[in-house]
Ligand binder design. Structure first.
Ligand code: FAD
Ligand code: NAP
Length: 337
């Protein structure tokens, strides 16, 4: 029996906490549910709602992923492969692995949302992206209802991007994702951001995965707003990557430019820095604003609509374009806007 709702309230299902309703919603607990839903409809897939911005009414039917469970697919002396239900909370998965001493996901601590959404924008933080750990994913093609298995090379993974977010957006419902974790000889990555400093603060010289997870949690708790207290959807824009000529011109006019040179000789400029330079850090316009510790995060101070957040984001885009000649591309997915 399908779990089906009409005129469903989405306010508690988007981390921006904007008031929104949808025409209909199905809770999906198994692959069988996906076989049974009506055909020919243009569905939207919802996980935890932590990377969407909604208008007040979503007219398309929504499939809410609630497929749970963790299954050991393979285990050796050195590693373990876990196949995880796409509806599982991502941070719960990270905790499950670090509590057991498994390594791999620790830098991705405290990323809100579901496991099934992780491949969509190839979630990443502190120098690690989920495709480095992913063995395969299973999905249902919503056009044909075929069950498919994809390996990382099939998914067009890139920086905060994949085939699921670009050319085939909305086509697949990701049901399960399998990750390979280390049981020893962990590939600990602490060169990024403030992780090393945080570990020194704890007097830890040889960190385990759980130590790194703790350090990341502490940094994130200080720097990012908790969506339960200050609704937001994380980074609103992607960090722009610019070509050498534009980079050289920019550096000439702004010697204080913050940037990271990438392996293909392009340059990543932190969007948060650009927004900050335009005077938006901590700035508020009505019920919308930029977070005080990280300008890249737009927040709902209470009662903001999706349209108001979108309008504020456009104002920021215009300011950054005007000041730096750089077009910021939203990372957040817009629904019914
Ligand atoms: P949703 O918001 O529900 O959906 C996002 C998109 O994925 C939608 O287009 C949806 O249709 C699609 N989708 C969801 N589930 C599926 C599925 N099973 N199959 C197919 N499509 C699906 N992101 C990072 O990369 N790194 C970070 O460090 C990070 N930090 C964050 C911090 C905060 C405070 C917040 C609020 C967000 C942060 N994010 C970060 C963004 C967000 O957590 C991720 O994008 C997360 O993967 C979204 O998961 P979700 O289940 O909430 O997806
Ligand atoms: P930060 O450490 O202040 O750094 C700002 C930006 O500079 C980051 O976005 C990061 O890009 C880049 N950067 C920093 N050190 C780098 C290095 N050594 N090499 C290359 N690029 C570097 O960032 P933050 O806001 O505190 O976030 C920390 C991490 O969590 C980042 O990885 C960020 O992406 C992630 N995060 C993501 C979201 C989201 O919603 N997507 C929200 C919060 C945090 P990268 O983005 O490429 O890492």
């Amino acid at each position: 029996m399908l779990d089906h709702y009409e005129d469903f309230d989405l306010s508690g299902h988007n981390s921006f906490a904007v008031a929104a309703r949808c025409r209909e919603l199905y809770r999906i607990n198994s692959v069988q549910d996906l076989v049974e839903i009506p055909s020919g409809l243009d569905y939207l897939v919802l996980g935890g709602g932590s990377n969407i911005l909604c208008g007040h009414f979503v007219d398309r039917p929504i499939l809410k992923n609630e497929i749970s469970g963790i299954r050991i697919v393979q285990e050796t002396d050195t590693h373990i492969d876990l196949e995880v239900g796409g509806g599982m909370d991502w941070h719960d998965l990270v905790t499950y692995t670090t509590d057991r001493g498994y390594g791999g996901l620790e830098n991705l601590t405290m990323i809100p949302g579901t496991v099934g959404a992780a491949p969509v924008q190839n979630i990443g933080a502190y120098g690690v992206e989920q495709d480095q750990l992913m063995v395969y994913l299973r999905a249902v093609d919503l056009q044909t209802r075929a069950i498919v298995t994809m390996h990382p090379q099939d998914c067009a993974f890139a920086y905060r991007d994949s085939r699921f977010k670009s050319k085939e957006k909305g086509r697949f419902f990701i049901t399960y994702v399998c990750y390979r974790l280390t049981k020893r000889n962990h590939n600990i990555q602490i060169s990024y951001g403030a992780i090393k400093d945080k570990l020194s603060e704890y007097s830890i010289t040889i960190p385990t995965p759980v130590d790194v997870s703790r350090a990341v949690a502490a940094i994130r708790t200080w720097k990012l707003p908790d969506p339960n207290e200050t609704p937001n959807a994380g980074s609103f824009f992607k960090n722009p990557v610019i070509y050498p000529q534009q980079f050289a011109e920019l550096l000439e006019s702004r010697s204080d430019l913050v940037y990271y040179k990438l392996s293909d000789c392009t340059y990543k400029v932190p969007a948060g820095w650009l927004i900050d330079q335009c005077g938006y850090k901590g700035k508020r316009s009505g019920a919308v604003g930029c977070y005080k510790n990280q300008a890249l995060v737009l927040v709902n101070h209470g009662g903001a609509t999706g349209k108001e957040v979108q309008a504020f984001s456009r104002e920021i885009q215009a300011a950054v374009l005007d000041t730096f000649g750089i077009h910021l591309v939203p990372e957040v997915n817009f629904w019914a806007l």
